[in-house]
Write a protein that binds this ligand. Structure first.
Ligand code: CNA
Length: 285
């Protein structure tokens, strides 16, 4: 009985997290993000039933939705990804005025150690999150490479080809491989910056996980690399235990805050009394 009540007393609660944010207990915050934080910007995620990208790929006749982003499939049938990319211009979206700018606020307050994101939409840059505080673990839509020989190719030419519905092919002698953006497909390695960012995970004093099913490895291993007992908070529509080994309702140092991340972040900002500072970092209306 005694052990139980002690465990209860030590359990991370929402109020404890707010206290830690307000009184400066947390000084090295690592924020892990996924497609869910960009949903309110208008970009669908992968796995949300009905609205996610995986639920809307019928016309491509794929065996598995993941094929669209799998390197072996791309090398064989690049036209499928090109067709998808033509309908999906990520340049036109803005950072969300709540969740992306909250990460920016943490940066400006000197509390952000690193935002490690699975997103490839570059909305972090649109919220002025600096490169020093950002690790795009699954790459980004900034550069283009040959999927076969890895030669760097011109990104704008890649985009023009996508727009015209034509495959851009590598111009290295004897290659001719299809060119793809520098986003990590299933079957490809993660960038070196991901492995470098592990140090910030090991040293962090709070891990905020937002808008991700934590279903993709090795990204979903990151919560295992914090120091013992470091507070971890999942802000997501669903707990991630259904799709991964993480259950944020279990364990003394883990907390699951269900719901849309923008709503939760708005509440956190208000409960911390940070509204005025937050207003200052938001883009002008
Ligand atoms: P996912 O597997 O689609 O999971 C998204 C998670 O977010 C789910 O658990 C949802 O319940 C949750 N969610 C959705 N909307 C919200 C919301 N408004 N508030 C809170 N939670 C929400 O996506 P992951 O990021 O976990 O998977 C990793 C993939 C997705 C990476 O390889 C990405 O490159 C890829 N992806 C990125 C983008 C993007 O860059 N915006 C878009 C779609 C997919």
């Amino acid at each position: 009985m005694r052990k139980l009540s002690l465990e209860k007393a030590n359990k991370l609660t929402y109020d404890l997290m707010i206290q830690g944010l307000k009184n400066g207990t947390y000084k090295k915050i690592v924020v892990l993000t996924g497609a869910g934080i960009s949903v309110s910007a208008g970009i669908p995620d992968f796995r949300s039933p009905g609205s996610g990208i995986y639920a809307n790929l019928q016309k491509y006749n794929l065996k598995r939705p993941e094929d669209l982003f799998t390197i072996s499939y791309f090398l064989e049938k690049p036209e499928v990804f090109y067709e998808f990319a033509k309908e999906f211009d990520l340049d036109s979206f803005d950072a969300t005025p709540t969740t992306h700018f909250f990460i920016r606020l943490l940066q400006d307050k000197g509390l952000l150690s690193m935002n490690i994101t699975q997103n490839i939409d570059n909305l972090e840059a649109k919220a002025s999150i600096q490169d020093d505080f950002l690790c795009q673990a699954h790459g980004s839509l900034r550069n283009a490479f040959c999927a076969k020989c890895k030669k760097e190719m011109d990104f704008l030419t890649f985009k023009e080809h996508v727009k015209a519905g034509a495959i851009y092919r590598c111009n290295a002698a004897g290659c001719g491989g299809p060119v793809k953006p520098e986003i990590v497909f299933f079957g490809e390695s993660l960038p070196k910056s991901f492995f470098k960012s592990m140090k910030t995970v090991e040293e962090c004093d709070l891990m905020l996980v937002m808008g991700t099913a934590l279903a993709v490895s090795p990204f979903n291993q990151l919560p295992f690399f914090t120091s013992q007992g470091v507070h971890q908070v999942l802000i997501n529509r669903e707990n991630t235990n259904a799709t991964s080994v993480h259950d944020f309702e279990k364990g003394n140092y883990r907390l699951f805050v269900p719901g849309n991340c923008d709503d939760t972040i708005r509440k956190i900002v208000s409960d911390c009394g940070w509204e005025e500072e937050f207003e200052k970092v938001l883009p002008e209306k």
